[in-house]
Design a binder for this molecule. Sequence first.
Ligand SMILES: Cc1ncc(COP(=O)(O)O)c(C=O)c1O
Length: 400
Amino acid sequence: MPFLSASLDRVAPSATVAITGLAQRLRAEGRDVIGLAAGEPDFDTPLHVREAAKDAIDAGRTRYTPVDGIPELKEAIARKFARENGLRYAPSEVTVGTGGKQVLYNALVATLNPGDEVVIPAPYWVSYPDMVRLAGGTPVIVPARAEDGWRITPEALEAAITPRTKWWIFNSPSNPTGAGYDEASLRALTAVVERHPHVWTLSDDMYEHLVYDGFAFRTPAAVAPALRDRTLTVNGVSKAYCMTGWRIGYAGGPETLVAAMRKLQSQSTSNPCSVSQWAALAALEGPQDFLAEHNRAFVRRRDMAVRALNAIPGVACPVPDGAFYVYPTIHGLIGRTSPAGAAITDDEAFATALLDEEGVAVVHGAAFGLSPAFRISYALADEALGEALARMTRFCGALR
Ligand SMILES: Cc1ncc(COP(=O)(O)O)c(C=O)c1O
């Protein structure tokens, strides 16, 4: 009898975490490596958030809390949904977990039965399909096209829905493409879902505040109120508030679903970190002016990356609306040979040779379900980004 669970055979370790680890190891060995693989902002957590955490520690707010969050934070989240999204959730319809990741995982484990399908647009965040598999469900992938700015069409969504579909996952702006759906393109998708009353919407709004060029963020439950009672609106403080290590994510949704998720969390991790909850409250309710400042840096870096990548023959990079990623395709590079003699047979071979030969770590497109492409995270200092893009240009230009 095997010792390890068969459920683990259905999933792969996170490719982004693996590549970040490899880059760190090469660096520890003395190699000059620039990491463009990690999905986190390079800015510090804002001072007022750190101060709130210190105050929480000093005030002894260091004990167990209610399983899915302190009432003060749930109320602040309900206010956030009303203020920023026009969504009305009672605190009893709000759940708080250890990162957006746990909230998404809870939702899937709490609802999926064997054979249930979850529609996932590709390129997708690496964890969605594996979370679905771990929960016993079946991912159904809907590929987007670079020519469509990495947005799926309503026809493609409709074609993927079957009587077994339980959820579709919506992520705008997207990790890994940065593509956002404006109100009209989102409405076209929600109109499809409205015609299928058994399909629930899992909206991952993690990059809501990281939007550029005046892009107006919209979330499905607000655009299509008819879907409100079969939508879970997930968000968190990790990305916008530079709090990836604090591990606070949250969601608003129907009370029965929220109660099921709480039940699951009560038998796994219990409450998210008490100190982090008070810090998250300060993040949501405190000054927001640093967001515009961060976004100015992100848009400058995005433009640097898009310009440099589109200048490389064989590479095509749509302009993202948000997040801190770009997702260029590399059709023109496949089948070539690197300066050191590596055959670029696919995007994984490309990423490996780029890391080996130029010390630039990117994540290959296969990890996000759409090849041949790769993802760059541009959440790093302009100078390091410029150097990485110069190395990439040199590497691609030297391919035979
Ligand atoms: C699209 C998306 N959803 C969810 C998460 C999870 O965020 P958290 O750090 O809050 O668990 C991430 C983090 O990379 C993400 O990119």
